[in-house]
Design a protein around this ligand. Sequence first.
Ligand code: NDP
Ligand code: 8X3
Length: 254
Amino acid sequence: MTKKSVTALITGASSGIGKATAERFAQEGIDLILCGRREARLAELKTSLSKKVRVHTLCFDVRDKKAVFREIASLPEDFNTIDLLINNAGNAHGLETVQEGSLDDWDAMMDINVKGLLYVSKAIIPQMVARENGHIIHIGSLAGKEVYAKGSVYCASKHAVDALNQGMRMDLNPLGIKVGAIHPGLVETEFSDVRFKGDADRAKTVYQGYQALQAVDIADIIYFVISRPYHVNIADLLVLPTAQASSTQIKKTL
Ligand code: NDP
Ligand code: 8X3
């Protein structure tokens, strides 16, 4: 008997946690729908992972409501049953007090981290409801559990993800769909390059002097979460580097 294949759609698969999760899932034989805006990166990842599993790429900006629905509706038949949705796309934009913060940065964080996550979810949930099956994982943040100075809007966006995770679980678990969130502390990815708008030197200082989490650490945990038996739902998981006790308490060893 042929084993039923499992298909995961990962947003933000072009770098960091999303890319590492795609690589981890491919090792485990999970077919992939890789999403992001940087087409060349998605194509490169597709070439490498297609040696192991079936891979389809979708290039869209999660802020673009029409594009989200159009691209997900365009999935070929052999990719249009999505078992796992990894709502990972997101970033911080800027690190500034509320009196100095930029409206464009605020729009970006709310539109990507909150509304983009909602659009993608809304485009995929109906098929999960119809099958009474599926698993949604949100990548939240320690910033969704605590607030730190100069990070109020990013923290607000991730607190919204925390609230959506709880609310979506209440709505969807009774329909047989698992919903959960993983909230990482500091992970060394392109996150700080984006936050500091390409200032690589400033971005590097974020991870200096202690051992930050790596994207593969989170990818391993995501795989652990999705590989539990059906009756086990890991609903809410905070994962920190050992050096980080809270948003602001980081033990620098250098
Ligand atoms: P990266 O910057 O490495 O990856 C972010 C991913 O999100 C990219 O693949 C990017 O793809 C995608 N993305 C960003 N904006 C958009 C958009 N408008 N439309 C579609 N895709 C978009 O950062 P991380 O891997 O660290 O971040 C992944 C998630 O983890 C985010 O939600 C982040 O908030 C969260 N997180 C990160 C932590 C960290 O310390 N790094 C800690 C806690 C949570 P592309 O540019 O190709 O569109
Ligand atoms: C990313 C972690 O602490 O930079 O969500 O906000 S932090």
